[in-house]
Structures are given as C-alpha cells and as structure tokens.
Ligand binder design. Structure first.
Ligand SMILES: Nc1ncnc2c1ncn2[C@@H]1O[C@H](COP(=O)(O)OP(=O)(O)OP(=O)(O)O)[C@@H](O)[C@H]1O
Ligand SMILES: [Mg+2]
Length: 298
C-alpha cells in the first residue's frame, strides 16, 4: 500500500523543499521505499539539493510523452538509500500551464508508482495546480514561518484549499456545482450556505468532504523571539474552516540549512548533528508513525 504525502504553503520560500527532501531521505534510511516528486511547476529546484544538475528526464518528458511512463522518468539516488526522484526541471510554458487532461493523466500515473511513500513538493501559492496537487494526497503537510504575513498566507492557503475540496466534492454536472462554480467565495461558510440554499442536504455533503482533511502543521525557522501560538492557530482553523491542524513539529532557524544547500548535499547527510537535522529527524520519526497509522486504517 502506498501513502502519498504533499507539502504546501501560502507563501514562497518557507522551506518546503528543504524539509521534504530531507524527510524523503530520512524515511528512505528507515527502510521505506520512497519516491519524491518535484511538482513545483513554476520553480522546480529539488534536484539541486541533491547535487543532480542535469537530470536525464524530467516531468516535462512525461507531459510531452517523450517517455511512455512516469516510472521511466524517475532517477534513483543509490547513494541515498535508493531514494527515487522525479525531477521537475524543464520549466517550459507547457509544464507550467498543463491542461486539465494532462494533470489528470499525471495524477493517474502518480497513483501507479511502486513505493511505500510518495512525497509531493507542490509550488507555493494558491493557483489551481498547487491546490490540486496538495489536496490529491492522503496526508498533507503545511508549512509556515513564524512571522505574521506568513501566517496570514498560510491561513488563506488552507481556506482556498478547503473551498476547492468542497467544490470538488459535488459532481460537475450537479445543480449545486453549477451554482457554486459561478461564484467567488471568500469564506467557507459562504460555500456551505449557498450549497444548502441550492439543494437541501448539500451542506452536510460539503462538510463531509473535509472530514479526513487534517493537514499537519510545521513551523519552520522557529526562534525564541518569534514563536507561533499553535493553539490559537488551530482554534482559528477549527472555528472558521472546520479543520484541525495537528502539529508535526518545529524546525529552528539554523545556518546549516543554507550551508548544505551551497554544498548540494541534504543537511541531514552533511550535518547530522545540526539543530535543523535533529528537528527533521524527530519529524521523520513522527511522520513514519502517521504513515503506519494511515496504512493500518485504509
Ligand atoms: N530552518 C531553516 N533555517 C535557515 N534557513 C532555512 C531554514 N529552512 C529553509 N531555509 C532556507 O530558506 C530558503 C528557502 O528554502 P526552500 O527553497 O526549501 O523553500 P521553499 O518553500 O521550497 O521555496 P519555494 O516556495 O520557492 O519553492 C533556502 O535558502 C533554505 O536554505
Ligand atoms: Mg521549493
């Protein structure tokens, strides 16, 4: 059984790629068969963290049908416990603007990857690609920095992700769907209200779509003078978005992250004793337990 996990954030540069690349490596070290996908179609750079400067194939080759299957595009890092990797290089206009059909073909192909864990790095922001890749997974990780603007972007990202999830839960030809599609929503309660006004019972159906959406919260670049009140953030998302955001952990501000990037080696490999690596290791252990729980219950 394969568990898919995606990482997203409202704001760019929150550390998604650094976190996911290292979690991928740490899970592979634990003996899991891991496949890391760089679906940041606007700014793919995960390959650089591993020192892979010229990948033989990339996501573009799959989208343009240069290769037959997604499996053919995967690179194996033999020096990193056999970690498999889909480079997202080749930022052509075609990749960044893939059609609905191409996206569906890609998502179908991802479902067939032979791995215990598939990790998906989605681009920052709230465009449809980012939201759809983020919501596609079984488990979501969302990252914020401790500063107020990052937290606001984080909240907006989750709000739009939940709205997209709820809208997607109605059949595209249904009356509720065609009514909702014409609207621009700024809050989830507006969606629920209009759904119910259009068809009795639709509110309940919409709420059900969020039943299993509990994105795991990561606070990155944490420091003593900039702490996030996680309880308050969780009560906000619970009250206004109807979702819980269980904490996965915090990662401290640490110059080792930047040093490792410059050396093109994952920080957990280059500086295993650095505070950032220790925090990532704790996080990988917790995530491994979440994956086991998920696999047991599905
Ligand atoms: N805990 C940390 N301490 C210090 N620097 C960090 C930390 N986490 C990330 N960084 C630095 O922040 C920068 C952005 O990180 P990264 O590229 O992983 O973010 P991202 O969210 O993937 O960005 P994008 O949205 O552009 O894809 C990098 O230079 C990275 O080294
Ligand atoms: Mg990134």
């Amino acid at each position: 059984m394969t568990t898919t996990i995606s990482i997203g954030s409202g704001k760019g540069g929150t550390g998604k790629t650094m976190i996911l690349a290292n979690l991928a490596l740490l899970l592979a070290r634990k003996g899991k068969k891991v496949c890391l996908l760089d679906l940041d179609v606007g700014g793919a750079d995960t390959h650089l963290l591993f020192g892979l400067f010229e990948p033989k194939y990339s996501l573009t080759d799959f989208l343009t049908r240069k290769v037959d299957t997604l499996q053919d595009t995967l690179h194996t890092f033999y020096s990193y416990n056999g970690l498999q990797f889909l480079p997202g290089t080749g930022n052509t206009l075609q990749t960044a603007n893939m059609s609905y059909q191409e996206k569906q073909r890609l998502l179908r192909a991802i479902s067939t990857i032979d791995a215990d864990v598939v990790l998906i790095d989605v681009g920052a922001g709230t465009n449809y690609h980012s939201l759809d890749f983020f919501m596609f997974s079984d488990i979501q990780i969302c990252v914020t920095l401790p500063d107020p603007t990052s937290i606001l972007d984080f909240y907006t990202f989750l709000q739009l992700a939940t709205i997209r999830r709820v809208l997607g839960s109605f059949l595209s030809r249904s009356q509720v769907s065609s009514t909702l599609k014409k609207q621009h929503f700024t809050s989830l309660s507006q969606v629920f209200r209009l759904a119910e006004d259009t068809q009795k019972g639709a509110r309940e159906k919409a709420q059900l779509a969020l039943k299993y959406f509990h994105p795991l919260l990561v606070v990155n670049r944490d420091s003593a003078n900039a702490r996030v009140n996680k309880k308050k953030l969780n009560s906000l998302t619970s009250k206004y978005l109807g979702i819980e955001i269980p904490p996965l952990g915090e990662i401290p501000e640490d110059s080792a992250a930047g040093e490792a990037l410059k050396a093109y080696i994952p920080v957990c490999e280059l500086f295993p004793d650095a505070p950032v690596s220790i925090a990532l290791d704790t996080m990988a252990n917790k995530l491994a337990k979440v994956i086991e729980l998920f696999a047991d219950h599905s």
